[in-house]
Design a protein around this ligand. Structure first.
Ligand code: IDP
Ligand code: MG
Length: 147
């Protein structure tokens, strides 16, 4: 079982797409174990996007991600890191297939609605940057979604 960090970015929150995005992961059968509306600090944003610190768009990216509330979440499921990235769709808007979140709702790469961790190491780092250990609720489901 894997965990990943999923975040509805400020554009998704402002466009009223939290429910739509959460709904897709729920219907897929993944388990939500933590979630909150928050405004992330510049320090958190710079840590979150540290791998892009040398890119020309880094400043813009940090400005954008701190520009308003986000909906930060921890989701759990088998192979959730790769499966959630498939559901989110490709980074560049021109490559994001219809049927994916970005393919269905995003029309600009800089405003692509949602973030999902790309590896177990990124997931652990990103979750630790936004949540306390005690924020994650441990529970067993009465019924698994694939039954
Ligand atoms: P990902 O969100 O699909 O993992 P990354 O390559 O990690 O994509 O890039 C992080 C974020 O930076 C993207 O989601 C997008 O918002 C932004 N970004 C990526 N490439 C560009 C670019 O060429 N110009 C502007 N923003 C970009
Ligand atoms: Mg990334």
């Amino acid at each position: 079982m894997e965990r990943t960090f999923i975040m509805v970015k400020p554009d998704g929150v402002q466009r009223g797409l939290i429910g739509e995005i959460v709904s897709r992961f729920e219907r897929k059968g993944f388990k939500l174990v933590a979630g909150k509306v928050m405004i992330i600090s510049r320090k958190q944003a710079e840590f979150h996007y540290a791998e892009h610190s040398e890119k020309p768009f880094f400043g813009e990216l940090v400005d954008f991600i701190t520009s308003g509330p986000v909906f930060a979440m921890v989701w759990e499921g088998d192979d959730i890191i790769s499966l959630s990235r498939l559901m989110i769709g490709k980074t560049k808007v021109a490559d994001a297939q219809p049927g994916t979140i970005r393919g269905d709702y995003a029309s600009h790469t800089n405003f692509n609605l949602v973030h999902g961790s790309d590896s177990p190491e990124s997931a652990a780092r990103e979750i630790g940057n936004m949540f306390e250990e005690s924020d994650a609720v441990q529970f067993e489901r009465a019924i698994e979604p694939w039954i």
